[in-house]
Design a binder for this molecule. Sequence first.
Ligand code: ATP
Length: 207
Amino acid sequence: MLGVFGGTFDPVHYGHLRSALEVNEFFALSKLLLIPSAQPPHRVEPAASATERLQMLELAVRDHPELTVDARELDHNGPSYMVNTLATLRLDYPQETLLLFIGCDAFKHLTSWHQWQRLFDFAHIVVMTRPGAVIEPIPDFFKLRCCQQLTELASTRAGKLYFQHVTPLDISATAIRQIITNQQNPGFLLPDMVLAYIKQHQLYLRH
Ligand code: ATP
């Protein structure tokens, strides 16, 4: 199974990285692709450029060969729609079952994603939850796709919804940007090499 972990990564932090490592191990993935969104369609423009966010991600995983950065969304003009990204991955990895990993917060807004139902044509979706998290009542479209067994995921190529706990780390890129703007130190929330890059490129200094 091939994992797909998309995000704005503005900047990448230990919340992303720890979750990525845990799901990579838990699902015994052949590969976990971290895919920065070049032009996120659902939010205001990122503070750092797509190239800067990509470079920070590459620094973050430099000593972790089990995590792979995939820059395919930077090769496309226009909004980065996950459904299009999954379609290209399906072509590139025709034999693989694709697992799309998203956080609980992203799952709450999934039905606002471009052609969200079609995501299930290409991949299973795994929602990374925290122990004790209450998942809001979910629409029938999702309920029908929920599965409890890993074997169910492995036996089909796409179309299921699975919930997997990861270690909760209450870190967000928004909070990190705010800390930097306030001229405080975000150390230990993200890798030192990423922090050094942020300083060198003078990112996030202004609102
Ligand atoms: P921002 O604060 O700018 O919205 P973010 O920290 O939520 O950013 P994103 O790049 O938007 O980071 O998130 C990418 C993916 O990682 C999403 O699916 C999101 O739910 C998930 N994610 C973000 N932070 C965490 C965290 N602390 N633990 C687990 N997953 C996370």
